[in-house]
Structures are given as C-alpha cells and as structure tokens.
Ligand binder design. Sequence first.
Ligand code: ATP
Ligand code: MG
Length: 439
Amino acid sequence: MRLSRYFLPVSKEAPADAAIVSHKLMLRTGMVRQNGAGIYTWLPLGLRVLKKIEQIVRDEMNRAGAVELLMPTLQQADLWRESGRYDDYGKEMLRIQDRHDRDMLYGPTNEELITDVFRSYVKSYKQLPLNLYHQQWKFRDEVRPRFGVMRGREFLMKDAYSFDLTEDDARVSYRKMFCAYLNAFSRMGLTAVPMRADTGPIGGDLSHEFIILADTGESAVFCDKALLDMDPPGLGLDFDADLTAEVEKRTQYYAATDEMHDEAAFAAIPEDRQVSARGIEVGHIFNFGTKYSKPMNAVVQGPDGQMVPVQMGSYGIGVSRLVGGIIEASHDDNGIVWPEGVAPFHVGLINMRVGDEGCDEACGDLYDQLEAAGIETLYDETDDRAGAKFARMDLIGLPWQLVIGPKGLEKGIVEVKNRKTGEKVELPFADVVAKVTPA
Ligand code: ATP
Ligand code: MG
C-alpha cells in the first residue's frame, strides 16, 4: 500500500478523555473513530488488525473442529421469551420494534438463536458432537462504556456453541475450546491465563475466563507464575486425542479473578510465584448443560431411542476488545509494537528522498519485491520530513522498518530496523526480503 493513496489519519495528540494507553494510541494512529458512546468506525488501519485477529480465531476454531456460520445481529424477541431471558436481561439489551410492532432486539449474545438453528436440523445423537460458531457484532448497552474498544457497546465477538449427547462428551468439547483458545491467543503474541470463573446459579466447575495481564485491566486477578511461563499446547495438537492432561497441566495451578479469589489457597503458593495483578478478560468459556436446550426443547434421540435435551456450552472471544488488549500488552514510549501475527502491515518502507530518481526507483523495486513475496508493506512515499516519517512509523508499530536514502543507496544498502528490539542493521538490497520474511 502506498501511503499517499491510503487513509491513515494520524494525529499528534489524543483527546483528553482517552484514559488508557491503548485507547490513546488507537485514536492517534487513526485506527478507530468514535461515533457515539461505545460505538466506533473501524478506519482502514484498525480494520486490518481486526481482520487479522478474526482470521487467527477462525483458523484455531476450525482446527479444533468447530464449524463457521453467520447469525444475524437482529433477533426476534420471541426466541428469548422461550428461554426466559427476554425479561431477565434488563437494560443492557437494546430492544427495537419493527414496522409491525414486533419486538426485536440487537443480539447481546446468541444462545437462543443457535439453539433454534440446532433444534431445526439435528434430531439424532449420530449428528453429534457439533460445534457451531460465528463472528458477529453484538450490542450491549453497557452502563459505562469506556477504554475505547475494550468496553464498547457495539463490539465484535466470536461465539461458539457446542452440542453433545452426554455430560462427559460436553467436557471433551470444552477441553478442545480450552486448548484452541490458548493457541489462538499465543498467535496474537499474548499470554492468556485461564482462570476459574463463576458459573452463577447453574453451578459446576466448568467455566474459565481467559485473562491477559495489564495494569489497566478492569479485574484484579491472582495466579501462580507457573501459568505465565507455560507454552501453549501448540498448533500440532491432536484435537481428537484426550486433552484432559493438557487442560489439567494448567488447572492444577491457582488462578482466579477477584470474584473467585481464595486468599488461603493463594497464600499456599510459594511466595516467589504469587502473582497479584490486573487483567483484561479476552475470552470466556462456559458449560451450561441443558439450560437452554430444556426450555427450548432442543432434544436429540440417544442410542437407546430416548429423546434427551442436548448438552451445551458456549465459548466467547472479545475480538474487538483484543485490538485494545494487544496494544495494552505491547507498546512503548514511541507507540504501538505490533506482534507479528496481528500487525496491520508487516513492513514499513520509508523513502528518505522522494523525487530523487535513484531513491524512487530503489524503493519502487523493493516494494514490488516485497509485495511479490506476499509481505504486506506500507510504503511511505509522501514528501513529509524524515523525522515525521520515522515518528509515524514508530507510532503505528509495524514489525519492520526499511529505510532507503541517497547515502545508503550509494553503498547499495538498506537500513533495516526491528521495531520491537530497536535493532538496526544495514543490508544489501538482495538480502532484505529474506531478512523480513516471517519464520
Ligand atoms: P465483562 O465481564 O468484561 O463485561 P462478560 O463476561 O459480560 O464481559 P461475555 O458474555 O463472557 O462477557 O462475552 C465474551 C467476551 O466478549 C468477553 O470475554 C469479552 O472479551 C468480550 N466482551 C464482553 N463485553 C464486551 C464489551 N462491552 N466490549 C468489548 N468486548 C466485550
Ligand atoms: Mg465473561
């Protein structure tokens, strides 16, 4: 992408009401534009990151055997009356009437809708297990939308729903999601810690929130440092294998948000491993048995011919929240430092002397080579001052910066800077593409 033809409205200052660093940086880099409380336009740079996250989530859901579909944002209230949640949900639900005075709502979540899809088609245990997911905008009329996209009112969520015949099978499905989440967050450059979460009135122990540590997180969290040092299960994981050990390897260690915190259990961890910090909830997985299938009559025929309500679980990821969360976890004084997996472009190419025939040609050549190699490149061929170009490139935080100027050109070299480490090396033109190609 040539910067002069792109739309990248960066600014020096962030509005005073942006309270946390990710929100400030998202506004300054022109990633989002606020249109109302908790409602945002995703500008081109922000949208690229959002799509990267969405694709990682999709890959890892698919790898774990989940199947993508797309449900609508607008739902009929009648479905929610069946589950009893239409009245229970309260003011967070945006309620709308259509021209025929039918009650509609903008979905805050999709348990009812997916249960309706399921019961319309699946009648036999032979069609199980099944896990259906989508990535769709949600609306929750939060009391206090804040921190930019981290607590929006309209936000993008990945929500998956599992269907199984028995409770044991439902646990198998749960473990798949547990592992897939760790892999997905790791690909985004994040260490997400699964923490025991409240299951509310349904009870049981099958709910985990996935939390990333950040000073600006909304929840106080407590965990064993061992969890922060652990590698994810890995993309080679066999999802058809028994994943119990993989899950227990992590759940054996203490980890809880303040609602579930147990002082005594925490105190029992060796002192040098006690982590007391703040965290951002980026995902939440939940097994709720027959909570929806019973009232909504989503039943399947079991092997003995009996009709039984299907066992369900739901699995959310805050896709748009993650954009802010990743920035909270990865920035410095000069701006964002994108992890490679989610960077809006992989490389920023800076032409130091636009209009100089040699520089223009060398940059143009390199740009073509990078594009041909499938490396997403933002080419700064504007006539801004060099200092402004460097500052802007640092601010938007692409993993690699390539600088071409008249002096280097004489020697046949390009300056290659790694945004994260700050390391700069001078390389001959022929070696540049290989250097920045992801491993
Ligand atoms: P929170 O406790 O942060 O309000 P929640 O528990 O109500 O979230 P879930 O229903 O578990 O949220 O939704 C799944 C995921 O969607 C959450 O883990 C979070 O990452 C994301 N999410 C929830 N509410 C918002 C919001 N207002 N803005 C952005 N993302 C959100
Ligand atoms: Mg939650």
